[in-house]
Design a binder for this molecule. Sequence first.
Ligand code: PGA
Length: 260
Amino acid sequence: MQMSPEVPIIVANWKMNPQTEDEAVELLAALKRAVGKKGLGGQVVIAPPAIFLSRVRSAVEKMGAHLAVQAVSSEKMGAFTGEYSVSMVQSVGVTHVIAGHSERRARGETDESINLQVTRALKANLSVIVCVGEKERDVHGRYFGMVEEQVRRAFAGVPASKLASVMVAYEPVWAISTSSAHAHPATPEDAHEMILFIRKVLTDLYGRTAAERARILYGGSVDQKNIAPLVARSGAQGYLVGGASLRPYEFAAIVETVYG
Ligand code: PGA
């Protein structure tokens, strides 16, 4: 299933939820009921926990959605206890790989490992969703430099010919709903400013035409209330949705707002 560059993408990141396979199946069934006859429409990517991928694959595909994994191993194969390789996830129907989520960076994932995940996934013709974002903002704007560094390191050695399979998700850590009691979404204007900046970094790396092929998404406390202003003013070409993707009716409302 090819993805159209003009249509925004919505990625549902279930994180480490739900707790059982049956509940994962039920969550998809509930989403199906919530979207009703209209279906998911557009271009929705669902990222369940890796252990449920095989079980939910056919339901995801029947809904016309794409299947993502939340992370892959930076290693190709072999003695790496507890890891999943690109080939493994591809063999159970995964088409998209999330790399560099801040919750994984916080647990020790390095730029080097993220870069290996990105290059291995792209080489296998998978699409990648690379998460970048600052932990906090400072009045001097140093966070721009931090995000630039994350982008440059993630894409080291990635050829321009692969950019159509690349998405950069700008997810400021302070905006992720579960990051702290004070988490709040970025304003559409703040998201827009950083999206333009990331586009500039990609343009510096690859030139204008190639950089235009990469998509830039926004993530962080996206919900049914803030999605409309984000669509209107952030300039994002898609959204990464965490908490709200576990609430079928809310996720369906987000889908409805984005695709109409
Ligand atoms: P949130 O999570 O929508 O719950 O803020 C987004 C993410 O971490 O990808």
